[in-house]
Design a protein around this ligand. Structure first.
Ligand code: NAD
Ligand code: UDP
Ligand code: UDP
Length: 310
């Protein structure tokens, strides 16, 4: 019997790539999504595939199905979307985690939580290692996402200790690639769209803040390896350790698109982290994993995808 794998948030950017990967590996996939930020186009090519099933469902509500593994990705990831309905964001992370952990407990299924580098907040340790507890404003505009994800991690560990639920936790750092939503306000998507349309690229602040951008294929590889190993529950940082400033990112997008767009400087959003770079020593050791795709190559793929949409 093929294993049945549940992917919550499966119609989203990362979730849809994960569904592709799991089906290619011979699993049956149950994709659950409420289409808040997800898009049917991301999984349209899978509709009708004998191993793929799509269910419109909100993870805030209980879910009784038969599954062998659960990847819990449901949650809007871009600041613009998760701040539109902040209460819904916290509810999705917390109630979604409770329901998926309850399901995992009943089914004796392994469950992986897609956590985030945002649990480190605006970090005081650099690069961030998994044993760093973070520096998060609990009442700021990013808190619905950051604290929701932190609470989900707490629930995962407590279900693990209290009820022996078989958990895995990954902390994902900024990831980009095809199927990134065009209008979700994240830097890579905004810059590519603006460059292709000949509009000014909007730099928030002076552009000296840093991020470390990981290509989606690398991230999915690390996610599946974390799920499939038996040595550690995590949390495991997954991301590309190559750090770049937002200004460098914008300039690279201009170079690769050949765009003549100018740069404009807008105010920095509140609580915007200054630096972010993963320490991936644990992932290297545990999973024998490190990102393979360089920023320019990944951006070329992403630009090509955006061109097909415009
Ligand atoms: P995304 O917004 O494209 O995907 C999230 C998916 O979850 C969407 O399809 C959305 O419709 C669905 N969803 C949201 N709320 C739901 C609910 N209540 N019930 C059911 N489905 C719901 O974002 P993404 O970039 O693919 O992120 C996927 C996961 O990875 C998220 O949990 C996010 O926090 C995490 N993550 C992503 C990044 C990144 O850089 N992309 C970084 C850190 C963590
Ligand atoms: N749950 C679910 N599917 C299941 C089992 C449980 O969605 O197959 C949900 C249910 O809403 C429950 C929650 O998971 O409230 C937590 O489950 P747990 O067994 O911890 O709690 P309890 O049933 O005691 O509330
Ligand atoms: N950013 C920017 N211009 C944009 C969108 C984002 O300068 O049009 C900045 C943003 O302020 C942040 C960085 O780029 O410092 C990464 O933002 P994104 O929303 O992609 O991810 P996150 O802040 O969640 O890491």
């Amino acid at each position: 019997m093929k294993p049945t794998v549940l992917v919550t948030g499966g119609a989203g950017f990362l979730g849809s790539h994960l569904c592709d990967r799991l089906i290619a590996a011979g699993n049956d996939v149950l994709c659950v999504d409420n289409f808040y930020t997800g898009n049917r186009d991301n999984i349209r090519h899978l509709l009708g595939h004998p191993s793929f099933e799509l269910m419109r469902h909100d993870v805030m509500l209980p879910l009784y199905v038969q599954v062998d593994q659960i990847y819990n990705l449901a949650c809007a990831a871009s600041p613009v979307h998760y701040q539109t309905d902040p209460v819904g964001t916290t509810k999705t992370s917390v109630m979604g985690a409770i329901n998926m952990l309850g399901l995992a407990k009943r089914q004796q299924a392994r469950v992986l939580q897609a956590s985030t580098s945002e649990v480190y907040g605006d970090p005081r340790q650099h690069p961030q290692r998994e044993d760093y507890w973070g520096h998060v404003n609990p009442i700021g505009v990013r808190a619905c996402y950051d604290e929701g994800k932190r609470c989900a991690e707490t629930l995962f560990f407590d279900y693990h200790r209290q009820s022996a639920v078989d958990i895995r936790i990954i902390r994902i750092f900024n990831t980009y690639g095809p199927r990134l939503q065009m209008h979700d306000g994240r830097a890579v998507g905004n810059f590519i769209l603006q460059a292709l349309r000949g509009e000014p690229l909007t730099i928030y602040g002076d552009g000296s803040q840093t991020r470390s951008f990981c290509y989606v294929d690398d991230l999915i590889e690390g996610m599946v390896r974390t799920m499939d190993q038996n040595d550690a529950v995590g949390p495991v940082n997954l991301g590309n350790p190559v750090e770049c400033t937002i200004l460098e990112l914008a300039e690279t997008v201009l170079e690769l698109t050949g765009s003549k767009s100018e740069l404009v400087y807008n105010p920095l959003p509140f609580d915007d982290p200054v630096r972010r770079q993963p320490d991936i020593s644990l992932a290297r050791k545990l999973l024998d994993w490190s990102p393979q795709v360089e920023l320019k190559d990944g951006l070329r793929e992403t630009i090509a995808y955006f061109k097909t949409l415009l």
